[in-house]
Write a protein that binds this ligand. Structure first.
Ligand code: ATP
Ligand code: MG
Length: 577
């Protein structure tokens, strides 16, 4: 490709709404343009990266024996009604209506579609195991589309679905996909880890998220320094902490003016926050009020709450809802509140909060708290459940070792679904004895466009992108420092032809620009290898080869340049660099 012909309009100024490096550099390097909130066009360089990632995904999926199909983006509402997810999926689903008032959605995921697709034709145990996949745009009306390709409303996903005759088969399919994902993300050059995760909207039991580590990541991951425990924090179950036993004192109500936060309260009472018991309230599915009690220094894990209550949506509760249950916002506790009915009103207390001795908690009266609280004695009819988030001060839930926290970008997720969808959609096959049984399924997603962003988040410097060679839009660039010097142009053109002939994806920067501009663009776009044809090239028969990833520069002969470029790229790829 000639740089003069390449449609990659670079930007000088980065738009202010581009908050993360991947978004900034994709815009700046002319790879991506925004068309609306969370919707983008991929310009040629960006498109090439996507195609490279897709090719890796496709190759590894095909190697597992999975078969590619293409399902429609537009899906009829009926199948979602059948599975019960038309409303359960919530406001993230884009819904539309045709001229005859039939309803559809733009597929956020395809469990319903694929299950109803195969249920009439995948009839015999002999046809399984079966894994089908596709690579396609997905649509999710994210509450906060942001960070460019990291959280967009239209994005490319590879989604795969496995069908097995039993649980053991499903485990095998899951492991097959898990291993394929490891190879895919290795080849894409990412630094990542599979972590235990929550199954969220998709449902099912065992699930792992593949997390690419980066400070811009929206997920918090906890890993153990000693064993291989790694989990999304929302999935990590912290242990129960004990407190030094004290002689229980009688409950006492005290005035605590202007103490509506835990910090204010602890300061006012001159006690450590660990002595306080904090209340957080939610409304789940718009009609269930949930009061959660955790120790003052802990936070509530709302994913756990959602599971405990069995709801789809969770929001902070509003004042009126709380007051209707005898709860005074800012001063809440189970003491003097309604008795939970565990249908519309729930009270959960974390076991660590249950262990607080002579603690302080709200009195359900503005300006008052109780002191000398003994939750075992004073919290009536409550449900004790581990509802707190794990913290830096906890230990590994598996081995008790030291843990550490990191930010991750979820680039993929694998799920064991079991018979969740085959049951609700009545999708069965005939087993060896001619008996109808539901498929045992799995579902497996990779965020192709998010993977592109994750690679940039991990590999960049202040000059631009440092692509892993396997997914770079082009592998090499040849920069003649002057296009007015005929010798330089000739050498560059010869090299260009030779390198291309070796199958390397190369750009010749034939633009009539200053050398500095070309070097800056080369660094910004992030070509893994740059060959510079300079003043001495003709006289000395040499060019300079620079490796973007390592910064290594060497002078090589023109005669060896093509083969050397090819070898360096091969070497980078073999090291997933
Ligand atoms: P998240 O928790 O980040 O919203 P998710 O768990 O809802 O993602 P999945 O249903 O597991 O996403 O989808 C499979 C993959 O699709 C994810 O692992 C992620 O890489 C990608 N993905 C999901 N939502 C988006 C989005 N809004 N923009 C870009 N990629 C996305
Ligand atoms: Mg996910």
């Amino acid at each position: 490709m000639l740089a003069s012909k390449l449609y990659s309009p670079t930007l000088r100024e980065i738009p202010s709404d581009a908050e993360v490096v991947s978004h900034q550099y994709m815009l700046k390097a002319g790879m991506l343009r925004k068309n609306g909130g969370g919707i983008y066009t991929f310009l040629p360089l960006g498109r090439r990266v996507i195609r490279k990632i897709e090719a890796i995904v496709r190759e590894e999926m095909d190697n597992t024996g999975s078969q590619e199909i293409m399902m429609p983006i537009m899906q009829p509402a009926e199948i979602w009604h059948e599975s019960g997810r038309w409303s359960a999926y919530g406001p993230e689903m884009f819904k539309l209506e045709d001229r005859h008032h039939n309803q559809y959605c733009l597929g956020p995921t395809h469990e319903e579609l694929i299950t109803t697709l195969v249920r009439n034709e995948l009839r015999s145990y002999k046809q399984m195991p079966l894994i089908l996949y596709q690579m396609q745009n997905k649509y999710r009306d994210e509450i906060r589309p942001r960070f460019g390709l990291m959280r967009s409303r239209e994005f490319v996903m590879k989604d795969a679905y496995s069908f097995d005759v039993d649980e053991a088969g499903m485990h095998k399919s899951y492991e097959l996909m898990y291993d394929a994902y490891m190879r895919i993300f290795d080849r894409c050059g990412l630094q990542y880890k599979p972590v235990q995760a929550d199954s969220g909207q998709i449902g099912g039991s065992r699930t792992h998220e593949f997390m690419a580590f980066a400070s811009a990541g929206e997920a918090d991951v906890v890993t153990c320094k000693h064993c291989d425990f790694a989990a999304n924090v929302e999935k990590a179950v912290p242990g129960t902490l004990t407190t030094a036993k004290e002689e229980p004192q009688p409950l006492e109500k005290i005035a605590t003016p202007n103490c509506s936060t835990i910090e204010d309260l602890a300061a006012f009472m001159k006690i450590p926050v660990e002595k306080t018991i904090k209340a957080v309230a939610f409304v789940v599915d718009e009609d269930k009020i949930v009061l959660c009690m955790v120790r003052g220094d802990h936070e509530v894990n709302d994913v756990v709450i959602q599971h405990l209550v069995g709801g789809n949506t969770i929001e902070p509760a509003n004042e009126d809802d709380l007051k209707a249950h005898g709860l005074q916002p800012g001063y809440m506790s189970p003491i003097n509140a309604d008795t939970p009915d565990n249908e519309k009103f729930f009270v959960f207390v974390d076991p660590t909060a249950m262990n607080v001795c002579n603690g302080v908690t709200g009195a359900n009266e503005a300006g008052y708290h109780f002191t000398n609280v003994d939750p075992q004695r004073d919290f009536k009819s409550v449900q004790v459940e581990t509802i707190r988030m794990i913290t830096q001060r906890d230990v590994c839930p598996v081995c008790g070792g030291e843990i550490e926290f990191a930010q991750g970008i979820e680039v993929g997720q694998v799920f064991e679904l079991g018979t969740k969808y085959s049951d609700s959609l009545q999708a069965t096959f005939l087993d060896q004895n001619g008996k109808a049984k539901p498929y045992v399924m799995g579902s497996y997603g990779i965020g192709v466009t998010r993977t592109m962003a994750a690679a940039i988040e991990q590999y960049h410097d202040d000059k631009g992108i440092i692509w892993p060679a396997a997914i770079a839009p082009y592998e090499a660039v040849i920069v003649p420092v002057s296009t007015k010097d005929e010798d330089m142009v000739k050498i560059a053109e010869t090299l260009y032809a030779e390198i291309k002939a070796l199958g390397v994806e190369v750009v010749l920067d034939d633009r009539n620009e200053r050398a500095g501009v070309k070097f800056n663009d080369a660094d910004l776009i992030g070509y893994p290898v740059r060959l510079t044809v300079g003043k001495k090239s003709a006289a000395e028969g040499t060019v300079e080869l620079k490796v973007r990833r390592t910064g290594e520069e060497k002078v090589i002969t023109i005669a060896e340049a093509a083969a050397m470029t090819c070898a360096v790229i091969g070497d980078l790829k073999s090291k997933n660099m």
